[in-house]
Every structure is written in C-alpha cells, then in structure tokens.
Design a protein around this ligand. Structure first.
Ligand code: MF3
Ligand code: CO
Length: 248
C-alpha cells in the first residue's frame, strides 16, 4: 500500500527535505580538489545534527557512513574514506536526513574544478532527465509515466539507464512503496494520488548501464568504468502537479 500523508506529515517531510537541501548548499563550496570524502561526510553529519535532524543513511542496513559520496564511475553508495577529490572528478552527494521521524532524500552530482565535456554532458542530461520525470507527475498519474519519461529522455541522449536501482516512496521510512524505476511503460504501474511522497532519482551512465558491487559490499560502479550521474528530489504529489520537498 502507498500511504497518503496528512498535512501535518507533509509539513514535517517539507522540513526534513529542506534540511537535506540546506546540507547540499552547505557542502557545495567544499567540493574542491584535495578534500577527502571523510571530511565531506563529517561536515555533512555535523550540519544535519545542528539542524536537529539525523543522517538517515548511518546504520541503514549497516551502512557505515553519514551520507553516500560516489565519484566518477561510482553510481551509488560510495563510503567516506581518506580518498581525496581530484580536479576533473564528478562527485555525487546522496543525502538523507530524518527530522521528527520523517525523511528527506536528495542526490546531486557536482563538478570538481574543471571537468571534461563528457563529464558536463552526463551532469547536464541526468539533471534534465530528473525534471522530465517530475513533469508528468500529478494526481492520477502512474509510476510508469515517470519511468517512461526518464527512459525516453535518456535514450534521446544515448545515456545508459541503471535498471537495478530505483526511486521509492518516502515517509516515516527512508524507503517505502512504490519503487520508481527509471525505465518502463507509460500508463502502467501504481496510480499516484495527491499526498503521496516519492523520491525520483535517475541514475544514468555515459556507457553501458551494467553495474557491479565492490568488495566493501556497498559501493556500486559501472561495469565499463563509464561516468555516472545521479539527481534526486523527494516530492509530494498534488492535484495538478507536484511540490519538491528537498528545496529552499
Ligand atoms: N539515498 C539512497 C536512496 O536514495 C539511500 C542510501 S542509504 C544507504 O535510496 F544506507 F543505503 F546508503
Ligand atoms: Co533515494
């Protein structure tokens, strides 16, 4: 069952989402060559806690860090370490925070210094794919409408769509029903109603969409080493569209 949130719940989800947005804005100026992913993770935790929230990823199924930091061909779930960002990297911060029992979830991929035109391409078009997916959302739409819109945009720009990872419902739990795949058929899947809250999160690649997991049991990379982008917002469905919760 996909739950419909009350106005009070939506207000708390908005506050959680806002904290996630603010955490992104706070971290952005630190994303320069030489900073370690551990330093970024520490700054994130300190900031989230200063807002009265907790980092939802920490301890989730045993996840060891506070946020997910994935570089270049890493698609998701990179774990903080002594590794430093380098000029030309792209780095994805996937940030989840829990405020008064409600979660916000947003991922964003950023350039580190000057990046290649390939890197610019994956960032630009993965972000646009997210908004293409969001565009079709309103009361009565189906999950497959979102999936189809993202996939079609990715196909147009010859980007790989990672199939094994999906968006999801958000609420008291970080991951709720429904799954929101980034590929599929319009007019299929669960119907979305006003008050449902989901995270839409295209994960696209410059090459093959195939992925594998590292020995750390978390970090997921592209098989062929191609760059990956990941953009995610948590939104609430409204009568005639949607409201982004992970926003200003
Ligand atoms: N932000 C991830 C998502 O969108 C969840 C990461 S939590 C982790 O689903 F513990 F799995 F890393
Ligand atoms: Co998510």
């Amino acid at each position: 069952m996909i739950s419909i949130k009350s106005d009070r719940e939506i207000e708390l989800l908005r506050e959680a989402g806002h904290i996630v947005y603010e955490t992104h804005q706070y971290l952005k100026p630190f994303l320069h060559p030489g900073i370690t992913t551990q330093e970024i993770d520490d700054l994130a935790a300190e900031f989230i806690i200063s807002k009265g929230a907790t980092p939802s990823c920490k301890g989730y199924n045993g996840y060891p860090a506070n946020i997910c930091i994935s570089i270049n061909d890493e698609v998701v779930h990179g774990i903080a370490s002594k590794r430093k960002l380098k000029e030309g990297d792209i780095v994805t911060l996937d940030i989840c925070a829990c405020y008064k029992g409600y979660h916000g979830d947003s991922a964003w991929s950023y350039p580190v210094g000057n990046i290649s035109s390939d890197a610019k391409y994956i960032l630009e078009h993965t972000e646009k794919a997210l908004y293409e997916g969001l565009k079709v959302i309103k009361n009565g739409c189906r999950v497959g409408d979102i999936s189809h819109a993202v996939e079609e945009y990715a196909n147009t720009y010859h980007l790989g769509v990672v199939k094994e990872l999906t968006g999801h419902g958000v609420g008291n739990h970080l991951h709720e029903e429904p799954n929101v795949p980034n590929y599929g058929k319009a007019g299929t899947g669960p119907v979305l109603r006003t008050g449902m809250v989901i995270a839409v999160e295209p994960m696209l690649t410059l090459g093959s969409p195939d992925i594998y997991m590292l020995d750390d049991d978390w970090t997921i990379k592209t098989d062929d080493g191609s760059l990956s982008g990941h953009f995610e917002h948590t939104i609430v469905v409204t009568d005639d569209g949607y409201e982004i919760l992970t926003k200003e």
